[in-house]
Design a protein around this ligand. Structure first.
Ligand SMILES: Nc1nc2c(ncn2[C@@H]2O[C@H](COP(=O)(O)OP(=O)(O)OP(=O)(O)O)[C@@H](O)[C@H]2O)c(=O)[nH]1
Ligand SMILES: [Mg+2]
Length: 642
């Protein structure tokens, strides 16, 4: 019980050390009770739920006080917070489901039935207006312009009219229209929104606690400390799974937590490691910290990145044995695992992207040049989610081709399937633009799609591309081919013609696309760019966490006479301090002294009785140079123990 007077400046309020007598039994005192009532909880509490519960198993060898000394009130409060956490987790999921159902039901864009319902509703009211637009913009999208009218009519009539105004429709858009864009995106069915975006919560496992134990064996007197270390918490990994092609699985599972490390045991047994969590994502996934920067881009199947390392296991008392302290009664809590919210975004990784207005024959082309079997039908927006196909050539070469959903005027502002899929073209090295030969004015259609690309992202318009005029098997289409060809040749573009249905000319288009892919290694390389160190995120986190303990900041609130000492290293030290053990207090004091906290506080003018908050732990300052000096403090300390 000999406390070093020179270091005892603080007395922890929020986690009082259990009072014990020389046999290790707890002797409750009035003072101890009073202190318990006074204690305040700020931030993370040093004694954790599991340390109290699970650590109990290992205490058969120890001189720990009985559990009820320090357990139940904190246990109860922890249990409650656990329940709240679970409820919190469920709430957003339930909410999302409701919203999804609502949107799916109303807009009905994700089913064929929904599409026809929407059209019927709109056809009666807006038929005339619809035709007007078609003439103004100069090409016929068939009936799909009615989506715009329908969704606008529902949300905001005026805005809908603006958007349908031909000239403005392509170029002009002000703030009001920008707001409209947001509304448009909300109208996209959930399955499409979740196809390439997700938000998830990840948490690495907490480390297990170390324990205090002593060797008890016949014929081995004074066996010495034998408390084992806690096990490491489970890591969180992210791995690219080549068989996945969307982020839809994340709609249902939002939370990913590494397993907790087991606590140490007597006889120097270390706890087992916590279970790792591996989050599978499709190739082309971009990982961002929620609302922050890009952390990772995962492109190739099999790539595995360590995102969050599990918390370190706390050391048992066997690790604290020194020449001067052969019976250490101290062990650490396991380190808490890091946690964060992540935003995932999927950008398709394909060599060639097939773009064009709805119904142009994009899916038909993919189906004839690759083994992919996308849905093909004679109505716009058959393709809602991109399809990927691998085109193999005779000479052991292949390329990945993506059939993207139809683009229409205003797509850059979110119309039609808008932003959702323009983004996918960003990763393609080469674009193949299919022009629907059966449309009234194919040249206008060609221009409109190019304009949309440019408006969304000028870099897209600069990508190498080729033009394929489709549906040549129809007589009226082949009639228009010479004029279309001339129009494009006049602008220095040499278009291809083909019939996707009869496969005439498709081979030429694929060969030309492959040549373009080969000629543009820059794009291809850019796409396959690998971050060399996939564990960079974990390293960064680890670095932040391992901040030196002597790096801290002190702020003073004079109205409440409170001093706040903040630093990542200190915070971690406080979290890992297990206040149940007798020597923890002493170690805590000496660390504060050694890392310069006491000195800095004295310099800044801390006075006896002031509150000092260190890493969420609230303490009261006792001045060592006060009248009665060391002796009185020693007495006070002795009082509280005996
Ligand atoms: N006659 C003829 N019809 C074609 C040709 N290519 C496609 N079609 C037809 O055009 C319609 C639309 O074809 P899709 O391949 O679904 O068109 P898409 O561009 O994928 O359409 P979305 O997915 O809605 O954007 C289908 O009925 C096809 O049979 C062609 O070369 N000739
Ligand atoms: Mg399609």
């Amino acid at each position: 019980m000999a406390f070093s007077a020179a270091v005892l400046h603080f007395k922890p309020l929020s986690a009082s050390r259990p009072e014990t007598n020389s046999t290790g039994r707890r002797v409750p005192t009035k003072k101890a009770k009073a202190r318990k009532v006074k204690s305040r909880n700020l931030g993370p509490q040093p004694p954790s739920l599991s340390s109290t519960v699970e650590g109990g198993d290992a205490t058969t060898f120890t001189r720990l006080p009985p559990r009820d000394d320090f357990g139940f009130d904190s246990l109860a409060s922890q249990a409650v917070s656990e329940v709240i956490k679970l409820a919190d987790c469920k709430a957003p999921a339930a909410k999302t489901k409701k919203v999804d159902q609502k949107l799916g039901g109303k807009k009905g864009l994700d089913s064929r039935k929904g599409v026809s319902e929407e059209k019927l509703e709109v056809d009666d009211d807006f038929d005339d207006e619809g035709e007007g637009i078609v003439k103004k913009v100069g090409f016929d999208y068939g009936r799909f312009e009615l989506y715009e009218v329908g969704s606008d009519a529902e949300d905001d009539d005026d805005e809908g009219d603006d958007n349908l105004d031909g000239e403005e429709g392509l170029m002009g858009f002000g703030d009001e229209e920008e707001e409209g864009v947001m509304e448009k995106e909300k109208g996209v069915p959930a399955v499409m929104r979740c196809f390439d975006r997700a938000k998830i919560f990840v948490k690495a496992g907490d480390g297990g606690n170390g324990v205090v134990a002593f060797r008890r064996e016949k014929y081995v007197p004074l066996g010495g400390p034998s408390g084992g270390d806690g096990g490491r918490g489970g890591n969180v990994y992210m791995e690219v799974d080549g068989t996945m092609n969307s982020l839809l699985p994340f709609r249902k599972s939002l939370h990913y937590r590494g397993g907790r490390g087991s606590h140490g045991q007597g006889q120097q047994k270390s706890g087992a490691k916590g279970e790792n969590v591996v989050i599978k994502v499709p190739p082309g996934t971009v990982v961002r910290e929620s609302g922050g920067d890009v952390l990772l881009e995962l492109l190739h199947p099999g790539q595995r990145a360590l995102l969050l390392p599990g918390g370190r296991g706390g050391r048992g008392n066997a690790s604290f044995k020194t020449g001067t302290n052969k019976v250490p009664k101290i062990a650490e809590n396991g380190e808490e695992g890091l946690e964060m919210w992540l935003e995932l975004e999927l950008k398709l990784v394909a060599d060639v992207g097939i773009i064009g207005v709805p119904n142009a024959g994009k899916s038909t082309l993919l189906s004839v040049i690759s083994a992919a079997q996308p849905t093909i039908a004679n109505y716009p927006f058959t393709t809602l989610l991109p399809n990927l196909g691998v085109v193999s050539f005779d000479y052991d070469a292949s390329m990945v081709v993506a059939d993207l959903p139809g683009l229409l005027e205003g797509a850059h502002r979110g119309f039609g399937l808008g932003h959702e899929f323009l983004r996918h073209t960003e990763r393609c090295s080469v674009l193949v633009q299919i022009v629907d030969g059966s449309s009234e004015q194919p040249e206008y259609e060609f221009d409109a799609v190019r304009l949309e690309l440019e408006m969304f992202n000028p870099e897209l318009a600069e990508k190498p591309y080729l033009v394929a005029y489709n549906k040549m098997d129809l007589p009226e289409v082949s009639e228009k081919w010479p004029s279309f060809r001339e129009a494009l040749q006049a602008r220095g573009i040499e278009p291809f013609c083909m019939s996707a249905v009869t496969r005439n000319g498709t081979q030429e288009v694929t060969n030309a696309a492959y040549e373009l892919v080969q000629k543009n290694p820059a794009n291809r390389d850019g796409m396959k760019e690998d971050p060399l160190d996939l564990n960079y995120v974990a390293d960064m986190m680890q670095k932040q966490r391992a901040a030196p303990i002597n790096e801290f900041e002190i702020s003073h609130d004079s109205s409440t006479s409170t001093w706040h000492v903040e630093g990542a290293g200190l915070q971690r030290f406080v979290q890992m301090t297990n206040w149940r053990y007798m020597d923890s207090d002493r170690r805590f004091q000496s660390v504060l002294e050694a890392c310069g906290v006491n000195k800095s506080l004295k310099k800044m003018g801390v006075k006896e009785g002031h509150t000092v908050v260190v890493g969420g732990m609230e303490l009261v300052w006792y001045d060592s140079s006060a009248d009665s000096g060391h002796t009185s403090r020693r007495n006070r300390a002795a009082d509280s123990v005996e």
